[in-house]
Design a protein around this ligand. Structure first.
Ligand SMILES: [Fe+2]
Ligand SMILES: [Fe+2]
Length: 274
């Protein structure tokens, strides 16, 4: 039995026809991502979207997002990022009861073989992330409730430094050490999956692996100079597939979005002819 958790992140959807940063219509990029998901040989068991769902957190943007997500028929789990407004998100997706009704949108859901624990790292009005004492206590309690099964923790702000200086300045600035302390106590945390960075990044963190996902639309320019300017570009977008089965464990793949030439068989007639 396999579980395929697809991770999208940082959609930054605006109202129909309106552009992010005055330049970028993000909606067609999400539609292309969904087309690519629907063409994958393995259908998602669930899709988690790790924040920055919309660009300004307006209800009109969330209604547009609702429309754009319609072709996905599997369970979808939405998480707020620093560009979101949890009040408008809850109001626009009343059927997503896991988001709760007040306070931070932490949730823990059973995906069959995997437990997905989503930790809300946002702080209203701030770009940086924070986890307060209440969030840390909730996390520990949630982890204690599923010590016998593999866990994926999802959060918008990565709990590690990425070496992209301007993004690290708006990373998880509060509660990082305390968060790491809790993570270290549990050996069944397979992955900590994050957004915010608009790039695929992986690192070792507190005895597990932490990662970020590309955006379907714009990527953060890869420049590791500490004083690098904060810029985006249109490198190919992507998403991540966290694939679980008992014998392989959790394996993460990165999928570029779009249609590409091929596939061609490796062993076709004439393939060995020079
Ligand atoms: Fe973002
Ligand atoms: Fe963000």
């Amino acid at each position: 039995m396999s579980t395929y958790l697809f991770q999208l992140s940082d959609l930054h959807i605006r109202e129909p026809g309106r552009k992010a940063y005055g330049r970028l219509d993000t909606a067609p990029y999400l539609s292309s991502a969904i087309d690519t998901i629907l063409r994958c040989p393995q259908a998602p068991s669930a899709v988690v979207i790790t924040g920055d769902l919309c660009d300004f957190g307006r209800e009109s943007e969330y209604l547009h997002l609702r429309d754009l997500l319609t072709p996905l028929v599997c369970p979808i789990f939405l998480m707020p990022g620093n560009h979101d407004c949890i009040i408008n998100l809850r109001r626009s997706f009343p059927d997503h009861s896991y988001l709760g009704f007040s306070g931070p949108a932490h949730f823990s859901v059973d995906l069959g073989d995997l437990q997905l624990i989503a930790l809300d790292s946002t702080l209203a009005g701030q770009s940086f992330g924070a986890i307060d004492a209440h969030g840390l206590a909730w996390l520990e309690e949630s982890l204690l409730a599923c010590v016998d099964r593999p866990v994926v923790i999802a959060m918008h702000h990565p709990p590690f430094l990425t070496q992209i200086g301007h993004m690290d300045e708006i990373g998880l600035l509060h509660g990082r050490a305390e968060f790491a302390q809790i993570i270290r106590k549990f050996s069944n945390i397979e992955r900590i999956i994050c957004g915010h960075l608009h790039r695929a990044i992986d690192t070792r963190f507190a005895g597990t692996i932490a990662s970020t996902s590309p955006s379907p639309a714009h990527q953060v320019v890869l420049d590791l100079h500490p004083l690098a300017v904060s810029q985006w570009n249109l490198e190919p977008g992507g998403f991540r597939i966290h694939a679980w089965n008992k014998s392989a464990g959790l394996v993460t793949h990165t999928m570029p979005i779009g249609t590409f030439e091929g596939p061609y068989p490796f062993h076709a007639e004439g393939a060995l002819i020079d």
